[in-house]
Design a protein around this ligand. Structure first.
Ligand code: NAD
Length: 345
């Protein structure tokens, strides 16, 4: 398949196809940009419909990591790994060790961590064959970055509500949350504690109904989430869920959630703006996890809480910048991240 003219190829420094016949490993590791430091980004385990889909995902995700770390002021570049397959069926310690060997061969240019389909336990297996891995449980402290991501998203929702609705509190604000996994659940707890009204959905129906019952939320079917009339839509499942078919259905003032690559294409940020929907750029609002994983990897986590709190200010600044220059919030975020990369060069 043609590669260098693929729509999502963005001058990536290195893309590696890793295969191990013994364990069945089929993975792609993409290093987008190492100007500011080694490319760090999670390892996604997913049953992609095709190798092309996996390649598209890893190209987009690794680019997003470059921008995310640059915007968060971290000494990191952007990278990502995807493993092709159903984690429940093919993920074994041996396969993860083979992935660790592939990562090790990159000599530290890529550092992995968890993402959808992988866990701190998986990182521990990878760590037996490479030291270029973060997000591992150690000394009774969880390596899971999700609580930090959720915290950042919560603060980002507050910043967006302040900017778009002029409210300093989330009391009574209606938030529709898509995806109740590691981040989505923690986010719902914080939103509930802040007095928000919740509508929730997940393809894992039982989990969805349990959470709804516990937090007094309304549960809806996965497809119905796009039709919910709410103040905020918080996508916390997978990417590309804002697209030409879902966008006309949205009846919200704000989109602010954890999922990476929420927009099917970047130009939709301008369409959202023209619809009066305030979009919190995904890589700005969901940086809490990478902040935590970066500091853990570098050996000092003292500044993590302060850095996560700054997500509120970063988003407030991006919203103001977008208004001042009449550009989309995504253009504002891209411009700020690119300026950091240019300075780094
Ligand atoms: P997770 O796998 O724990 O949870 C994802 C949830 O989404 C699952 O419960 C799944 O059943 C649900 N889901 C999948 N497809 C769905 C659909 N069509 N409709 C409704 N629900 C659906 O993942 P997570 O760690 O909570 O991450 C969520 C998102 O946030 C991902 O896009 C991830 O890349 C992004 N993200 C996560 C972190 C982190 O620290 N975990 C950091 C940055 C970004």
């Amino acid at each position: 398949m043609p590669f260098f003219d693929a729509p999502d190829f963005d001058h990536h420094e290195q893309v590696v196809f890793a295969h191990d016949a013994t364990t069945g490993l089929k993975a792609i590791i993409a290093i987008h940009d190492t100007t500011l430091g080694p490319g760090m980004g999670g390892c996604r385990f997913w049953p992609y419909a095709s190798d092309r889909d996996a390649l598209t995902d890893v190209l987009r995700l690794s680019r997003g990591m470059t921008y995310k770390s640059a915007l968060a002021g971290l000494p990191l570049g952007g990278g990502k790994a995807v493993v092709i397959g159903d984690a429940r069926r093919v993920k074994t310690p041996q396969l993860l060790q083979a992935l660790g060997r592939a990562i090790d061969r990159l000599g530290g240019r890529y550092i992995t961590a968890e993402d959808v389909g992988t866990s701190p336990d998986d990182m521990a297996h990878i760590a037996t064959t490479t030291r270029f891995v973060a997000g591992i449980d150690s000394h009774g402290i969880s390596g899971d970055p999700s609580p930090y991501t959720a915290r950042g998203v919560f603060l980002g929702v507050r910043a967006a509500v302040r900017h778009r609705l002029g409210a300093d509190t989330l009391a009574g604000v209606h938030v529709a949350v898509q995806g109740l996994g590691h981040v989505g659940q923690a986010l719902c707890e914080d939103l509930h504690a802040a007095g928000a009204r919740l509508t929730v959905t997940d393809i894992a129906t039982e989990r969805c109904h349990r959470l709804a019952a516990r937090l007094g939320a309304q549960a809806v079917a996965p497809e119905a989430i796009y039709d919910v009339v709410a103040d905020v839509f918080a996508p916390c499942a997978l990417g590309a869920i804002i697209n030409e078919s879902t966008l006309p259905r949205l009846k919200v003032a704000i989109i602010a959630g954890a999922a990476n690559n929420q927009l099917a294409t970047g130009d939709l940020a301008l369409v959202l703006k023209s619809h009066g929907i305030l979009y919190a750029p995904d890589y700005a609002i969901n940086a809490g996890g990478i902040i935590r994983v970066c500091r853990e990897y570098l050996g000092n986590t003292d500044s993590v809480d302060d850095e996560v709190v700054k997500i509120y200010d970063t988003l407030s600044h991006l919203f103001a910048m977008a208004d001042d220059h009449n550009i989309s919030t995504l253009e504002a975020a891209d411009a700020r991240a690119r300026a950091r990369l240019t300075n780094g060069r």
